[in-house]
Design a protein around this ligand. Structure first.
Ligand code: GDP
Ligand code: IMO
Ligand code: MG
Length: 423
């Protein structure tokens, strides 16, 4: 069955780990949106891999990995990532990695424009990863972006890049930020293109052929539902559709190609960057950071941590069409005496079971909690769902009931092997 793996919170739910786990039974792994703002950590056979643009299926032999048309791609960043992962002993051949010729390019100027915009927003900044994601998608939507296929025509690409650099330099100079030499940008992009060229192709017939032949497809979401440009906590979001629909528009495969949607969430909530976080909890953050957990894979920033928020999860299950939950990091709660689950928000005395659209309503949203007893024991060695302590199973059952979706997988540690299947 073809499967979408999508994040249900503010990113970093453990999508990479779940994709890596499910890749064993898949033939093709596809990224359809986002860029190297993503950071997916996978621990397999004791080795740690951090992936940004490469689909997490890259760690397996004999699987095809696709960077789809909906991704925004920093060519030099991808070359550096390929070199780093190859240095860890993973071979990346043109058969194993294919890159869409329709993917839009993140230019070095986009990264500086991202930084400039954050500076001009001051206290209202988004807290972006400064990977140029917003400006690159803005150019795409403004119909002035450059795509991978365009780099084959050097004269055309050079003319486009020169024009874009001149426009960007005006803005950067106003912010007293470093400006760019068009020739240096052209050289950086073309050098990376030459390295990537054997991988670049029209990926749409590639994925359609695989689908028609009955190969198993696995879609790897990046970011999470609350960072989705439409469904997230706008404007504190990323610039793509991170939800399941984005997998189709980002790959050229239709919704009829998809059989199941696995929604990944942590057993608690985390968020990095600015914006609302009703269940954020300093004590829980301090505790998890003290264990060395919850530091971002892309920027190294400490993630804010908080209690499980089923207002968000319920909504995320709806808009993604989640058929099964993958609840990761259950082991992070192993030592908690009592667990809180947010079941609704109180906004101005009214109970809300779905997230609000209006920006200021988030500031007035107070979580309504229910409490469950903790299990106070180490779950990291559990191999089967039935090995979990009764209170841990009760916590998962309550989560599933509040979202009206069954739990399919449970994570009790970062390693590939620490994934339990719920029969
Ligand atoms: P992604 O962006 O959704 O792929 O998630 P990240 O990789 O950015 O963040 C998830 C973090 O949790 C990573 O450090 C993973 O290694 C780790 N992780 C994933 N699942 C589990 C789990 O079940 N238990 C523990 N302890 N860590 C996990
Ligand atoms: P993965 O795939 C967590 C957040 C940033 C910021 C907002 C906008 O690892 O789950 P951007 O650079 O995209 O313009 O930043 O989105 N953000 C993420 N947070 N995980 C991610 O990816 C993220 N990608 C972007 O922190 O709040
Ligand atoms: Mg991440």
């Amino acid at each position: 069955m073809n499967t979408i793996v999508t994040g249900l919170q503010w990113g970093d739910e453990g999508k990479g780990k779940i994709v890596d786990y499910l890749t064993e039974d898949a033939d093709v792994v596809i990224r359809g949106q986002g860029g190297n703002n993503a950071g997916h950590t996978v621990i397999a056979r004791g080795e740690k891999y951090v992936l940004h643009l490469l689909p997490s299926g890259i760690l397996w032999d004999d699987k095809t990995n696709v960077i789809g048309n909906g991704v925004v791609l920093d060519p030099a960043g991808l070359v550096a990532e390929i070199t780093r992962i190859e240095g860890q002993g993973i071979e990346i051949t043109p058969d194993k990695l294919v890159i869409s010729d329709r993917a839009h390019i993140v230019l070095p100027v986009h990264k500086e424009l991202d930084a400039a915009r954050e500076i001009s927003l001051g206290n209202a900044k988004i807290g972006t990863t400064k990977r140029g994601i917003g400006p690159a998608y803005a150019d795409k939507i403004n119909r002035c972006g450059l795509r991978m296929a365009d780099l084959a025509n050097r004269a055309f690409a050079a003319e486009r890049i020169t024009r874009r650099v001149a426009e960007a330099n005006e803005i950067l100079a106003r912010h007293e930020l470093p400006t760019f030499e068009a020739s240096a940008v052209i050289a950086e992009v073309q050098d990376a293109y030459e390295r990537l060229r054997p991988h670049i192709t029209n990926t749409i017939p590639v994925v359609h052929r695989a689908w028609r032949c009955g190969k198993k497809l696995l879609f790897e979401g990046a970011q999470g539902t609350l960072l989705d440009i439409d469904f997230g906590t706008y404007p504190f979001v990323t610039s793509s559709n991170t939800t399941s629909g984005g997998c189709c528009t980002g790959s050229g495969l239709p919704p009829t190609a998809v059989g199941r949607v696995i929604g990944v969430c942590k057993a608690y909530t985390t968020r990095v960057g600015s914006g609302p976080f009703p269940t954020g909890d300093e004590e829980l953050s301090g505790y998890l950071h003290g264990l060395g957990r919850e530091f971002g894979a892309t920027t190294g920033r400490a993630r804010g941590c908080g209690w499980l928020d089923t207002v968000l999860l319920r909504f995320a299950c709806m808009v993604n069409g989640v058929t099964g939950l993958a609840v990761t990091n259950l082991d992070g709660l192993d030592e908690s005496e009592t667990l809180k689950i947010c079941i609704a928000y109180d906004i101005d005395g009214e109970r809300h079971e779905l997230p609000p659209a209006e920006r200021s309503a988030w500031d007035r949203a107070t979580p309504v909690y229910e409490e469950l007893p903790g299990w106070k024991s180490d779950t990291t060695g559990c191999k089967l769902h039935r090995d979990l302590p009764a209170n841990a199973r009760a916590y998962l059952d309550r989560l599933a009931a509040l979202c009206d979706v069954p739990v399919a997988f449970v994570g009790v540690g970062p390693d590939r092997a620490q994934t339990l299947v719920v029969e």
